[in-house]
Design a protein around this ligand. Structure first.
Ligand SMILES: Cc1ncc(COP(=O)(O)O)c(C=O)c1O
Length: 382
């Protein structure tokens, strides 16, 4: 049996998504900028996905900009707005849990002379209202906080945080990296007074290399890419029409029932692990309080990467941290910022779920995990 539990890194494209991408590549291959029939048909694909996304997010289609994924959406959001905000101040707020596509941009901005405050971490791995309140200033011009953390599944209450931003720093724009929450944890853009929101296709069984940025009407952006002026001049380059068709299909497939399935798998696995390894500790919020698809657990005394490869031998795919950093860094920056002690830091494993998993797969994982923990414990003692 093969069990894929690394869905926070990426997901397998849904069959309906593959069909939509193929149809587009084979039949609807025109350039949306072309004036002829094939161009118009391709343009219709963009319009349809834009409308699907807008309806899902309860925003208007003109507020959606297609990008090459979550990374570009985050870069565009942050770098795009700053030229228009400079005259109001130079202070930016973010958290110490952000994905590298926000964190590294913030570090670069510091080098460029912006004053960036990183809200320090806590054991739950989420940003508390009082923590944000403590750092907001009248000259804060941008706040960027993720909705769901990709390593722990911790959820930030971006609605309350957004309201605070607008009360305490009225000139500040609020950006939310919703790449991990999109389709998993609902977000109210209007209530949260969110100005910019990033999402990505490949976390929801859509294609890789496609994403979108919601840009509230009236928010000015300087594009990162100059060229043909696609996406209302905000993102030049011929649109990735097949991937956009696939993204639209993936959004159409999102439903509440799938979210319930993922949460059921997560709770079953968390409960089962307690029996297999009583000293195992959940990192982040208690399982039921976090995102439905991410469970981060430390096995004290074990090395995360050793467990990962032992599980891989049995056909089970998990992660030790975020996909992008797990092959580079020995320990996770996010877990470190949360203040985890050494043995928990080195023994962390992330299981992440999809609605396509099955209960039998979770049973299989628990059985194999029991074997692996036993084998490795014996080995350790020798
Ligand atoms: C929270 C978060 N933000 C941004 C990204 C980047 O998205 P993409 O892979 O589409 O560039 C990821 C992907 O791992 C993520 O988990």
């Amino acid at each position: 049996m093969e069990v894929y539990l690394d869905n926070a890194a990426t997901t397998k494209a849904a069959p309906e998504v593959v069909a939509a991408v193929m149809e587009c590549m084979q039949e609807n291959y025109g350039n949306p900028s072309s004036a002829h029939r094939l161009g118009v048909a391709a343009e219709r694909v963009l319009k349809k996905t834009r409308e699907t996304l807008a309806a899902y997010l309860k925003v208007s289609p003109e507020e959606i900009v297609f990008t090459s994924g979550g990374t570009e959406a985050n870069n565009l959001a942050i770098r795009g707005v700053l030229p228009f905000l400079r005259r109001f101040g130079r202070h930016i707020v973010t958290s110490s849990y952000e994905h590298p596509s926000v964190d590294k941009v913030m570090q670069a901005l510091q080098q460029e002379g912006w004053e960036v405050t990183f809200i320090p971490g806590n054991r739950e791995g989420s940003v508390k209202e009082e923590e944000l309140l403590a750092v907001l200033r009248p000259d804060t011009v941008l706040v960027s906080i993720m909705h769901v953390n990709n390593e722990t599944g911790a959820i930030n209450d971006v609605v309350s945080l957004g309201e605070l931003v607008k009360q305490r720093a009225p000139r500040a724009l609020f950006h939310v990296d919703a790449v991990q929450s999109f389709g998993r944890v609902p977000v109210d853009i209007e209530k949260g007074k969110i100005d910019l929101l990033s999402l990505s296709g490949h976390k929801i069984h859509g294609p890789k290399g496609i994403g979108a940025l919601y840009v509230r009407r009236g928010v000015k952006l300087k594009p990162l890419l100059l060229g043909g002026g696609q996406e209302r001049d905000l993102r030049s380059g011929t649109e990735n029409v097949p991937a956009i068709a696939g993204l639209g299909r993936a959004v159409e497939l999102l439903d509440k029932e799938s979210v319930g399935r993922m949460m059921a798998f997560k709770l079953k696995l968390a409960e089962g692990i307690k029996a297999v390894c009583p000293e195992a500790k959940v990192n982040g919020p208690p399982p039921a309080a976090g995102a439905p698809h991410i469970l981060n657990i430390s096995f004290p005394g074990f090395r995360g990467e050793v467990l990962l490869h032992a599980l891989e031998e049995k056909g089970i795919y998990v992660s030790t941290g975020s996909a992008c950093s797990s092959r580079k860094e020995a320990v996770s920056r996010v877990l470190k910022n949360m203040g985890l002690p050494r043995d928990l830091l080195y023994g962390a494993i992330r299981f992440s779920f999809s609605p396509y998993n099955t209960e039998a797969e979770i049973d299989y994982v628990l059985e194999r995990l029991q074997e692996v923990v036993k084998e490795l414990a014996l080995f350790r003692r020798r």
